[in-house]
Design a protein around this ligand. Sequence first.
Ligand code: TXA
Ligand code: MG
Length: 323
Amino acid sequence: MLTSDILTRAVETLRRGGVIALPTETVYGLAANCEDELAVRRVFAIKGRPATHPLIVHVARASELPSWARHVPEEAWRLAEAFWPGPLTLVLPRTARATDAVTGGQDTVALRVPNHPVALAVLDALGGGVAAPSANRFGRVSPTTAEHVRVDLGDEVDLILDGGPCTVGVESTIVDLSGKEPMVLRPGGLAVEELERVLGRKVPVRASATVRVSGSLASHYAPRAGVVLSEPAEVMSRVTSLRARGHNVGVLGPPGLTLPPGVPRYDVPEDPAGAARALYTRLREADEQGHDVLVACLPRAEGLGIAVRDRLSRAAAPRPAGG
Ligand code: TXA
Ligand code: MG
């Protein structure tokens, strides 16, 4: 999957201030050396993301935590031990190594060890941290294949590493451990139930976040078509009434759904992990067919279904004019 030639090129590119697309198990990241401020700024420029929105620092192993976080509570070690490498991001008080460019000037830093052999090989060879937001334009659907990155950002990145389709398919779960009580800032690829099992207590999911957590903006992860959410039992009536009003409708949902003849269905499986894996690819495919409305069938609100429902709600949220 990764030849030593390409690995060398990737690390050299990062060392000289370049920006590369890096596969992870969640989504593809747009990666720059954390300690190169100009390179980090280029990531913001390519994404079109406001500079105050902080980035996640990706590292090769949990033992690097103390060089980025000035206080690593016992619960952080426990979560790192249980879930890293994996789809979990920890927010901790930062050290000076986590610069303002990366943290958006906040006193905390987000850290994660991704579970992908290509990402781990690059991080290991670089011997440092890589700042990597999802490799999509701000507000749009995150990429889960190298081809998605090529289509979205093509020539603007110095190198695209192809690590195959992402196995998790939605972004990492972000847990804030910098305050008195742990809190989930973004549900994601690690089920909240799993976190709670390891911590031995309930972990609340923050309902509405500050504007700084861009994945928490009301409208985000959005395809071009409008998105309408529906419980499985109501899909048929929703589709029928939208079509009666003249809309070109597509449906995101599992194979068992009954649909009016001629309405295309884009397969998002019923099981929550399968839905997470398929979601972004199906949103893109459906979007390419030129529908003006996509009816999205909601998965059960458990396990990764919570993250899928979260992303679908943001895709369905009203958008700012021109956004
Ligand atoms: O799975 C993922 O997390 C992917 C892959 C590439 O690792 N990355 C990703 O990055 O989703 P991005 O930038 O699209 O989302 C990172 C989220 C943002 O919503 C950001 O605001 C939040 O993490 N974040 C970063 N640093 C933070 C901090 N210090 N406090 C609170 N939130 C933070
Ligand atoms: Mg993102």
